[in-house]
Design a protein around this ligand. Structure first.
Ligand SMILES: Cc1cc2nc3c(=O)[nH]c(=O)nc-3n(C[C@H](O)[C@H](O)[C@H](O)COP(=O)(O)OP(=O)(O)OC[C@H]3O[C@@H](n4cnc5c(N)ncnc54)[C@H](O)[C@@H]3O)c2cc1C
Length: 618
């Protein structure tokens, strides 16, 4: 194996002082990159400092939605567009699906944490939930877990029925198809699947050639037996049932919105992309019209002006923060930080929703252990042909079930994802630490059982929680992260749904495959829960309260709606009370989506761009 001879110093990085971790694996890849043994796509944009300070449109944030907006608006040749992004180029680990979690806690992550409320998530470090968010070109689409889930049509019917007339199901579906490019040959051969996807858009969607397909198929077969009916494609089945999720990846490489929307147009002469540029304030004049932004780049402050509009696409956490710092928000709150209130907009930062994640840990005697040699061959395989475990999302597999705790419902309220982890996994501890932040006791209880058994970690996700949180300022300094009050289980109905959903999912233990592999439920060591019988309702209530985390889907904090007392933007995404200012990101979702929300964010970027073009007859 020539790689092992020429790269022996690289292999030495594999075992760090903490054993083999995903970080040490990333270090091996880095070594190959440095030695020019591993060719990468160019995901960078040149670092410009433009001499111009006047543009037609300024877009704040080059994330999932903002990248789409930058691309679509700069199609109009006589518009000059400035795209401002606080982060830089994505690291090479962004391209490699299996190294996704190695970006958590780095400069490419905003590293937000929720405020510890002393009640929920007490089995996590500091009682606070990590809210990872991408800080780079492509935003969170460059760090996310790559699941492509456009949601159930009822989600968008709900938006429309709430009075948001620009968001009919037909318009929304047209916008999804506009950016999709399905490239899975098997799926394309089935007309029922082919027809529900777009084929000529910028974002490539495919399925993984998953290394654990034998096991994931058996999980789907088992779900089918407990009533989560197997479907041939989840989008075609309107995200009800179980099956394989498509991914924003192809041939082993992530397809972020940076790759899909920005790289192909980075040399457009009417578009300036400025990286490492933090927007600190939106400037609004006496007639309540937004006309510019203050930024900070390399410690220097500067102002840029927009003659037409400013588009805020900084994501659900930063967008409300920037609005408040700029004088648009709840008056009393702004006054408490000595910020002059230009528009008293009470809903800014309110209505925050997230998809809560609850774990189920099932152990079994298959799949077996991976050796060091297996792991070296995994790395070699990816470097050589972009296949194998690093060509697929970190630990989580690509199968999911969407179901309802209400009998015969056609609208799912739970998504469950299966992570299948080899016995005595070398990377499980790192994964649990970085993604879930479990405290040492909880962590040890999961990792210890995995020493002798494979782990089936089912992530139970609450799709439509009633609980709502909010975002408020910590100070009037734009560099201070805002305070995030997630309020998981604030509404007790959510706990009922979560426990009912988990009880439905654990029925999988009674299916033939799980019996064959002698599967059993493992106890997660949370002292408050240890008095309860395993798998009892009380046990699950206690686990849900103590171990609730996030699947990183904050939405709704700049809600779309008809008036300023109940929402932040109107149906055309214009900020109530301010001229020339729109929000286009996950913040505007008026209600939750049945699944992972990246696709919906990109769709919002596409639809928002259409609305802007309509307003200027372009
Ligand atoms: C770890 C993780 C895993 C996820 N997994 C999935 C998944 O598998 N499937 C799925 O569908 N969804 C997933 N999501 C969710 C999804 O990726 C996000 O909801 C979506 O990308 C959000 O899009 P957005 O445009 O609202 O914001 P973002 O994509 O977060 O973009 C906001 C951008 O604005 C920039 N910005 C913020 N503040 C400023 C400022 N003041 N000045 C300049 N720039 C600023 C940020 O750096 C960022 O680039 C995941 C998210 C995370 C974080």
């Amino acid at each position: 194996m020539s790689l092992s001879v020429t790269t022996s110093p690289c292999w030495a990085q594999l075992v760090s002082t903490n054993g083999i971790t995903l970080s040490s694996i990333a270090a091996v890849f880095q070594c190959f990159v440095t030695a020019n043994l591993f060719l990468l796509d160019d995901n960078s944009v040149p670092d410009v400092s433009t001499k111009y300070d006047k543009f037609d449109f300024i877009i704040i944030g080059a994330g999932s939605a903002g990248s789409a907006v930058a691309n679509r608006l700069s199609e109009v040749e006589d518009w000059k567009i400035l795209l401002l992004e606080a982060g830089g180029d994505p690291p090479f680990t962004s391209d490699i699906p299996g190294l996704q979690t190695t970006m958590y806690g780095t400069e490419n992550d905003w590293q937000y944490k929720t405020v510890n409320n002393g009640i929920t998530s007490q089995g996590l470090k500091d009682g606070s939930v990590g809210w990872t968010k991408g800080k780079m070109l492509g935003g969170s689409s460059s760090i996310n877990a790559l699941a492509y889930v456009p949601g159930n049509t009822q989600d968008y019917q709900n938006w429309y029925d709430a009075g948001n007339e620009e968001w009919s199901v037909e318009d929304v579906q047209r916008c999804f198809k506009k950016f999709e490019s399905l490239q899975n040959e098997k799926m394309l051969q089935d007309p029922n699947i082919k027809d529900v996807y777009g084929h000529n858009g910028p974002l490539i969607i495919n399925r993984y050639n998953h290394t654990l397909r034998t096991y994931t198929d058996l999980v789907i077969e088992s779900w089918d037996k407990i009533g989560f009916k197997r479907v041939s494609d989840l989008k075609a089945a309107n995200f009800l049932g179980s099956g394989i999720i498509t991914a924003t990846a192809t041939n082993g490489v992530r397809q972020s919105t940076n790759k899909a929307y920005l790289q192909p147009i980075k040399s457009r002469s009417n578009l300036v992309i400025m990286k490492d540029t933090l927007v600190t304030k939106i400037l609004i004049n006496d007639t309540l019209s937004a006309y510019g932004v203050e930024v900070e780049k390399n410690g220097r402050k500067k102002v840029y002006y927009a003659s037409k509009e400013i588009i805020l696409s900084a994501g659900s956490v930063s967008s409300p923060q920037l609005l408040m710092l700029s004088g648009v928000g709840p008056k009393e709150h702004l006054e408490s930080y000595n910020i002059e209130t230009l528009v008293d907009s009470p809903m800014v930062g309110q209505n925050l929703q997230d998809h809560a994640l609850l774990p189920i840990t099932i152990y079994a005697n298959a799949p077996g252990e991976k050796t060091l040699l297996n792991m070296m061959s995994d790395i070699t395989k990816y470097v050589a042909i972009r296949e194998g475990v690093f060509a697929q999302s970190s630990v989580i597999s690509d199968v999911a079930a969407f179901y309802s705790t209400v009998d015969d419902a056609t609208y799912p309220n739970i998504e469950t994802r299966a992570s299948i982890i080899h016995k005595n996994s070398k990377t499980l501890e790192y994964y649990l630490q970085t993604k879930f932040r479990y405290n040492d006791t909880v962590l040890a209880s999961i990792v210890d059982l995995n020493k002798d058994y494979a782990l089936y970690l089912f992530e139970t996700i609450l799709l439509h929680p009633y609980s709502k949180g909010y975002i408020s300022l910590q100070s009037n300094d734009p560099k201070d992260a805002p305070l995030i009050y997630a309020n998981y289980f604030d509404d007790s109905r959510d706990l009922d749904v979560a426990v009912a959903g988990i009880k439905m999912a654990t029925k999988i233990l009674d299916t033939p495959y799980f019996k064959m592999i002698k599967a059993f439920l493992g106890r997660m060591d949370v002292p408050e829960c240890n008095e309860y019988e395993l798998d009892s309702e009380d046990y699950w209530r206690c686990i849900c309260i103590n171990l609730v985390t996030s699947i990183f889907h904050p939405m709704g904090s700049c809600k779309m709606g008809s008036d300023i007392s109940t929402s932040v933007v109107n149906s055309r995404l214009q900020v109530h009370g301010v001229n020339n200012l729109r929000v286009i990101d996950a913040g505007v979702f008026p209600s939750t989506i049945s699944g992972n929300i990246d696709a919906a964010c990109i769709m919002v970027g596409e639809r928002g761009s259409e609305l802007i073009k309509e307003d200027y007859n372009k």
